[in-house]
Design a protein around this ligand. Structure first.
Ligand SMILES: Nc1ncnc2c1ncn2[C@@H]1O[C@H](COP(=O)(O)OP(=O)(O)OP(=O)(O)O)[C@@H](O)[C@H]1O
Length: 263
């Protein structure tokens, strides 16, 4: 499997009024095609900062101090360098916690898919837009494609909305998808479906998935590898079973101990 995403020695700092705050500290992480890597850790450990750094969506007071992000062999982030606009939305798709951040409430699903396709697939014609829109909804295991295409986001259930948001992220056939707490707002049954959908997508399309979650149980169900973050550092990473069955770090043991059903 080829390496899709390589994060090496990444350190990121936020400038505050008084002084600088280190948000990420020497983070190393790799994702290969067909692989799901979970980033887990407590609130404030730096998961979102890491995910947003890969796609160049850092806040204005945040900057990369050291290290680099390389996507399919091309360096896209380094100190003083941000080439993420070349890959955002095309080679990399993103799904956030709240589908409403991905979906435009004022546009029907059909229009939103068409807009993304036209932006990223130059010269695509109307028939191909429709064909790929239907295809991606089918990949999302949505059966009533005509109804969903003709609906505004608020006319769909939460689970359906999140599947449409994932469809919007993968319709351009990205090599990598970044999902940040994207199942957190869903009920457990819908969450299980969305997680199953991600596994199928990764297996069928051979994409890589960076799955950010505070839910270690969910990560253990879905991810091939897990990186455990604490205070901006990856304190432990490896194959999911290895990390969870034989954690090497006290911090990871603490996270596992906090799950009542674990052991
Ligand atoms: N622009 C910023 N300026 C200052 N501090 C920031 C900034 N962005 C993030 N932080 C701080 O960096 C730390 C890591 O935040 P981040 O959102 O990456 O953590 P997280 O693990 O994703 O947490 P959560 O699970 O709660 O979303 C937090 O303490 C947060 O307050």
């Amino acid at each position: 499997m080829t390496t899709l995403l390589r994060i090496s020695g990444l350190s990121v700092t936020a400038r505050l009024a008084a002084d600088d705050l280190r948000l990420l500290d020497e983070v190393d992480l790799e994702i290969r095609r067909g692989q799901i890597v979970g980033v887990v850790g407590e609130s404030g450990s730096g998961k979102t900062t890491l995910a947003r750094c890969v796609v160049g969506l850092l806040e204005r007071n945040v900057r990369v101090e050291h290290g680099a992000v390389t996507l399919a062999g091309e360096q896209v982030v380094a100190p003083g360098l941000d080439r993420t606009d070349r890959v955002r939305g095309s080679a990399v798709g993103m799904v956030f916690q709240d589908a409403s951040r991905s979906l435009n409430p004022l546009m029907k699903v059909r229009t939103q898919l068409a807009e993304v396709l036209r932006r990223h697939v130059p010269g695509i014609d109307r028939a191909e837009v429709e064909r790929r829109s239907v295809e991606v909804l089918e990949q999302m295991r949505i059966s009533e494609t005509a109804r969903v295409l003709g609906s505004y986001p608020h006319q769909l259930s939460g689970g359906l909305r999140q599947r449409v948001a994932i469809g919007l992220a993968v319709v351009t056939r990205p090599a990598l998808v970044i999902a940040d707490e994207c199942t957190t707002a869903l009920d457990v049954t819908t969450q299980t479906k969305v997680v199953g959908l991600f596994r199928t997508l990764v297996d069928e399309l051979g994409i890589g998935l960076l799955f950010v979650t505070h839910d270690l149980m969910l990560a253990s169900d879905l991810c091939d590898r897990i990186a455990v973050m604490s205070a901006g550092r990856v304190v432990e990473q490896g194959d999911t079973l290895r990390v969870l069955d034989n954690p090497q770090q006290e911090y990871t043991r603490g996270l596992l101990a906090a799950i009542p059903s674990w052991s």
